[in-house]
Ligand binder design. Structure first.
Ligand code: BYC
Length: 470
């Protein structure tokens, strides 16, 4: 492990200087990245000083380095967790054999597809969020948005490093393509569905970081098990950054929920909208939307791609070492499937069910977050409970796509679904109302009407800290 040399053009702990060809290739990609960042990154904030955390090495004190920085000067770099000597494949057909430091020829395409899919989500989310700075509910939130954005940029660097280092010319071409696709663009959209949805206001941003970034946690954790060691090591470091994004989402929604409860108690009719807040049923609708979009990101319920990736030792389960058995031959997973239009509970061969296994872990994690929101509601003395809808509700990928299910998981006909959809998912009126609340609050310590202040400041700073210098 080399120490980070911070005056290098590209900060890194992979001894980039020792591989001139790679260094030159990445230094050639760097200006393209910066052009993309300036064109598609946060609108209107590129020349402002933002109080950001910058990773300068993988040691604890190295990646928690805080200072004011202009976003285009952020030190995007390449950081991999240290190599574990003697590491072996933890699962799949090669379990127990030494991990790979190079890409095995027969799995090259599969591996490249995984890296490209992961890489594509990172710039996509920056594009989705680029206009939000104009309506931030506080300087604290504005700074958190930009922190998330620069780290997504770094995650793109992480995947581009793998493409350039291990996939030769087609890797370099894929790296260029990652900067060419555009979220929501009809001609060159981003690869996965949720990354083409507009994130046009802060409630959606908080739901996105709660639910969609949490998919990121599970996908990265599955790739962190990989027998392709450079992928495992880079995903492990990415996971340390991902935790902050989910904090932004979960605590963001929690503050909106808290504010809703406070305003319910202040208003004569118990209506937070009357006082510029967001009511709990509307919050529920946005949770329904972003949770269901994020469930789609796990892929089909029964997937030969997932089986192949596991067999090849490329993509494991969440925390593979919690399991006793790592080959998964002859075992099965009991799950709901669709047979002749009806839901039945069936055993599916385990390897084919791995997308669903990962999704099931994710659902449990989401539920823990929702439980914490409900604790806030209870502590405020309000009688309301937020819930996660059924995993079959509003799905667009996998076997539930094209079917109609209520949030309770009841199968419906199309007419009933269409009549009730607006009660379960944000409708045009909800969207217009939420957007009407979105006005920037840039005074230190002040908050928009619809959100409670955070419990504590970033890096333990006081509430009136100037996180962004205007
Ligand atoms: N949209 O066998 P199937 C993050 C395609 S988020 C569109 O069911 P498989 C982040 C699939 O490509 C984490 N298409 O599933 C969060 C396949 O097409 P082909 C992102 C989809 O192959 C916030 C076909 O349907 N990381 O980091 O197991 C901010 C059948 O596929 C979708 C990853 O996704 C979809 N949702 O794919 C920033 C990890 N789902 O091959 C960042 C890498 C499936 O038949 N990717 N399809 O043409 C993977 O592990 C897998 O590719 C998938 C599941 C998760 C996408």
């Amino acid at each position: 492990m080399t120490d980070v040399i911070t005056d290098e053009k590209i900060p890194n702990n992979v001894n980039l200087a020792g591989d001139r060809r790679l260094q030159r290739a990445l230094e050639a990609w760097q200006p393209h990245f910066l052009d993309w960042w300036k064109a598609m990154g946060p609108v209107g904030w590129q020349d402002k000083d933002i109080y950001l955390r910058t990773a300068i090495s993988v040691e604890t004190d190295g990646w928690a380095h805080f200072d004011y920085v202009k976003m285009p000067d952020y030190r995007w770099g390449i950081f991999l967790e240290p190599r574990q000597e003697g590491r072996v494949h933890g699962f799949g057909d090669f379990a127990g054999q030494p991990v790979w430091d190079e890409v095995p020829g027969e799995f090259r395409n599969m591996l490249r597809r995984l890296v490209v899919t992961q890489g594509d989500t990172e710039p996509a989310s920056v594009e989705q969020q680029r206009a939000l700075g104009a309506t931030a509910p506080s300087l604290y939130d504005l700074r958190n948005l930009f922190q998330v954005n620069v780290e997504e940029g770094r995650h793109l660097w992480a995947m581009v490093y793998l493409l350039h280092t291990y996939f030769g010319r087609d890797g370099r071409e894929e790296a260029e393509e990652l900067l060419a696709r555009r979220s929501g663009d009809a001609d060159k959209p981003r690869i996965l569905g949720a990354f083409n949805e507009p994130t046009s206001h802060w409630l959606s941003f908080f739901m996105f970081t709660m639910f969609t970034d949490r998919d990121g946690k599970y996908q990265l954790a599955a790739l962190a098990e990989s027998g392709f060691d450079p992928l495992a090591r880079t995903c492990r470091f990415m996971l340390t950054e991902e935790a902050h994004h989910m904090f932004v989402g979960e605590s963001g929604v929690q503050r909106v929920v808290k504010r809703a409860c406070e305003l319910m108690k202040q208003d004569r009719n118990g209506d937070p909208r009357a006082l510029g807040g967001i009511d709990l049923p509307t919050i529920q609708k946005y949770a329904n939307l972003w949770y269901s979009l994020s469930l789609d990101l796990f892929g089909g319920e029964v997937s030969s791609n997932a089986a192949d990736a596991f067999a090849a030792g490329l993509k494991g389960r969440y925390k593979e070492d919690r399991y006793d058995e790592h080959k998964l031959i002859g075992s099965s997973f009991a799950m709901d499937v669709l047979r002749d239009g009806k839901v039945v509970h069936e055993d599916v061969p385990m390897r084919n069910a791995l997308n669903e296994v990962l999704r099931t872990e994710y659902i449990k994690d989401c539920q823990r977050g929702v439980d914490r929101w409900n604790k806030t509601i209870k502590d405020e003395g309000v009688g309301f409970e937020l819930t996660l809808p059924s995993h079959k509700f509003h799905r667009q990928i996998g076997m539930w796509a094209g079917q109609y299910f209520s949030p309770d998981g009841e199968q419906l006909d199309a007419a009933t679904w269409n009549a009730r959809r607006g009660a379960w998912l944000p409708n045009a009126t909800d969207e217009a109302y939420i957007k009407s609340l979105m006005h920037a609050v840039y005074e230190p310590a002040k908050m928009a009407s619809w959100i409670a202040p955070p419990q504590k400041g970033i890096n333990n700073l006081p509430g009136d800290f100037q996180y962004v210098r205007l």
